[in-house]
Design a protein around this ligand. Sequence first.
Ligand SMILES: [Fe+2]
Length: 332
Amino acid sequence: LLLPKAVCGRTEVKQPIPTQCSPPHAAYFSLVPTSPPSPPLSSLAELAALVLSTPDPSTKSRLSHLAFSRWLRLRLPVGAAPPPLRPARPPNPPLVSPKEVPTHKNSGLPLNAYMLHNLAHVELNAIDLAWDTVARFAPLRDVLGDEFFADFARVADDESRHFAWCSQRLAELGFSYGDMPAHNLLWRECEKSSGDVSARLAVIPLVQEARGLDAGPRLVQKLIGFGDHRSSDIVAKIAEEEVAHVAVGVYWFAQVCQKMGRIPCHTFKDLLDEYGVELKGPFNYSARDEAGIPRDWYDGTSRRQFESELSKVHERLACIVAMEKENSSLNG
Ligand SMILES: [Fe+2]
C-alpha cells in the first residue's frame, strides 16, 4: 500500500502556527496559569482514558497535549484501559438536539464568534474522538500495530491545539466556549461505531472529518467577508491540518480492509449503509484528493458518469460492428 503524502509526514515535527494566527503551541501550554495535573500514568490507553474523563474543556485540551508529549518522550506502551462510555463534559454548553442549536441570528453572538464557537465544539469533540479510538481499540494492538495508536494520539494532539486556538480567539473577542448551546450529534456517530474499528474509521475520519474539509473554505470566506482576518487565518490553518487526519483514516481503513481481505470501496459503502450514515456534497474535491480518498468512495455522480460514458462507448462499438457487418455483406 502506498502511504498518502500527508501521512508520510506524520512523524515529522509539526510546523509552528504562523505568528499572526496564534502563539506557538508550546508557548500556549506553558503560559496557562493553572497547570493541569501531570499525567502519572504508564500507558497510552490509560492517558487516553484520563483525557476522556476530564470534563473541563481547557484542562482536557492541555492534558491531551501533555499526554501525547509524555507518551512520545517516555516511549510508553499502548497498554489497556477501558474508556468511559461517554467523555466527560462541562455543564456549559448545554448539549441539545441539532434543531435546538440557535441560529446565528438568535445566538446573541457576532458571526465570527458564532462560527468560532461551533468550530471549538467540533475540535473539543475531535480530541475525545481520537483518544476514544486509541483506548477503545487498544485490545487490537497486536493486529493493528503501534503505528495505528501513534497516528491517532498525534491527531488528538493536533485537535487539542485546534481547540486552544479557537478558545483563545473567542477570548480575544470577549466570548468563551460554553456561551451558547451546542449539539450532541458528533458523539452519537462515535458511539455507534464503538465495536468495530473499520466502522469507526469509515464514520469518523472518512465521513465526519472529511465533511470538515468540505466546510473549511466556506468558513474561511465567511470570516474574510465579515472582516475578521485573524480568525480566518486560524480556521485556514486548522483546515490545512485536517487533511492529514483524513489521510490517516484512509490509510488505516485500507490497512484494516487488507487484513480482512475486503475491498475498501465496497466495504466503505456497506458500512455507511449499515450505520445509516449519509454522504452529502458539495465536496471539496481538491482537499479530499490530497487526503487520498478515492472519488468513487463518496461521490455517486462519478460512478454514474463512468457508467454513462461506458454505455456511450458500448453504443459506438455496436454501431461500428453493425457498419462492419453491413460493409462485409455489401462487399460479399
Ligand atoms: Fe481539528
